[in-house]
Design a protein around this ligand. Structure first.
Ligand code: ADP
Ligand code: ASP
Ligand code: MG
Length: 411
């Protein structure tokens, strides 16, 4: 069998017309000699009746504390409703189809409700039904523990299901269908002139995804990368080729054309962060630093954007943890300066390593717009700046103009 994984996001299945498009893509894959295995997300987005956010809000509206195990069971319903609806659409188009929940498809996870990790895939059911010439439709975003508890894989986790099945079944490709034409140089909702990337490496897209590009779940990329399975991100609504995600080896072999001197791949953002600045100056400086970090670690608060120097410690936390972090710091006798409403904007590019002038370009672009950089940090593929939330979109557009719009021919 030549397996092709096709994953359809929420907007690809939210109208009968969209589901017809999905059915026609599934049928086209069969006609090309593939055995398609379909992974599906919950229908639509917040506000639509069976979207994941709608299900969450439905119960949280009245009961603020719902246990994670029960929350996962509730959230898993969205993909079940969606999968059954799509199965009916494919059957209506005259093809045999069968729907499997994550558990029935053998997606086995750990017990970390809400953010479970897939520990193994037992694909026997999928293989059996595929051999019977049925289109197998699998609910994304969900799995089951070895004890039989239903889990979910973290928001956006249907991509992860698709990747894991792709590896377990030795798929030729994992195709992610969504509402944009591929992976773009910035979120098209913020940058109107964002460009679709023809090809990116696993490393590049991992960086983009971890830095907030919601178009694909970073764990999905890690999974396909380990097995070297090519992944394509495409639009359900057009026949454009989309973005191919693969490794640099293919590029060197000459099978794929990529502009290797592309310095910047894209601009991404993470909103709703709170910055903390704590004065640790004085004789007890080292002891203070130790006390500060260990008390936050003991409370399970994850820090980001950490800068430490002999006078102060600076870091950010997600907005929802800001209050708890403040309390802990005060309990251990620190008086932090707290800056709410911040956002992290990342300029990402595997090609920036060793290239002079990237930071200078960032500063030029942002200062021209009178945007204050609250903090900056870098790695060999990324430069992050922290800005006020209200400046975030302007900053992304300025950086996109500086690094992407001017280098169009290199995409
Ligand atoms: P799906 O329901 O299909 O999984 P998502 O909402 O998870 O869809 O992802 C697609 C959305 O990701 C797009 O509508 C787009 O607004 C957003 N997005 C954010 N950053 C990027 C990017 N760099 N490239 C493409 N889309 C992006
Ligand atoms: N429906 C889930 C979510 O909204 C999973 C997904 O869409 O991939 O997060
Ligand atoms: Mg998604």
């Amino acid at each position: 069998m030549k397996i092709l994984i096709q994953k359809y996001g929420g907007t690809s299945v939210n109208t009968p017309e969209a589901r017809e498009l999905v059915a026609s893509r599934v049928i086209a894959a069969r006609e090309e000699g593939y055995t398609p295995v379909v992974v599906v997300s919950a229908i639509g987005r917040l506000g639509e009746p069976y979207a994941t956010d709608t299900l969450i809000n439905f119960v949280r509206h009245t009961y603020s504390e719902v246990s994670p195990r029960e929350m996962d069971l509730l959230m898993s319903c969205g993909e079940i409703i969606s999968g059954i609806t799509l199965t009916a659409a494919i059957q209506k188009a005259g093809h045999q189809a069968i729907f499997l929940t994550g558990a029935q498809a053998g997606i086995i996870t750990d017990h970390n409700f809400n953010e479970a990790r897939i520990i193994k895939v037992k694909p026997e059911n999928v293989i059996r039904y595929a051999r019977e010439d049925k289109v197998v439709i699998v609910a994304g975003f969900q799995g089951v523990t070895e004890e039989g508890d239903i889990t979910t894989l973290g928001r956006g986790g249907s991509d992860t299901t698709a990747a894991a099945l792709g590896v377990a079944l030795g798929a030729q490709y994992v195709d992610i269908y969504t509402d944009v034409e591929g992976i773009m140089t910035a979120d098209p909702r913020i940058v109107g002139e964002a460009q679709t990337l023809k090809m990116v490496t696993y490393d590049e897209i991992c960086q983009l995804a971890y830095e907030g590009a919601k178009v694909i779940h970073p764990r999905a990329v890690e999974i396909v990368m380990q097995a070297n399975i090519p992944l394509r991100v495409k639009s359900i609504f057009s026949n454009a080729p989309g973005t191919l995600v693969t490794n640099l080896g293919e590029v060197y072999k000459g099978t794929i054309d990529i502009t290797r001197d592309r310095v910047i791949t894209g601009i991404t953002q993470i909103s709703n962060l709170t910055q903390f600045k704590i004065n640790t100056e004085g004789e007890e400086n080292l002891k203070q630093q130790r006390r500060l970090f260990s008390s936050l670690a003991l409370a399970g608060i994850s820090l980001d954007f950490i800068n430490v120097n002999s006078k102060e410690v600076i870091f950010t936390v997600k907005e929802e943890l800001a209050h708890k972090a403040s309390q802990i710091l005060e309990n251990v006798s620190f008086t932090p300066e707290v800056n709410y409403n911040c956002a992290k904007v990342a300029t990402v590019g595997a090609g920036m390593s060793g290239v002079p002038g990237v930071m200078a370009g960032i500063v030029e672009a942002l200062t021209k717009e009178e945007i204050q950089i609250l903090q900056a940090n870098d790695s060999y593929t990324t430069i992050w700046v922290l800005v006020k939330q209200e400046d975030m979109e302007k900053a992304i557009r300025a950086l996109h103009r500086q690094f992407v719009a001017n280098e169009k021919e290199k995409r």
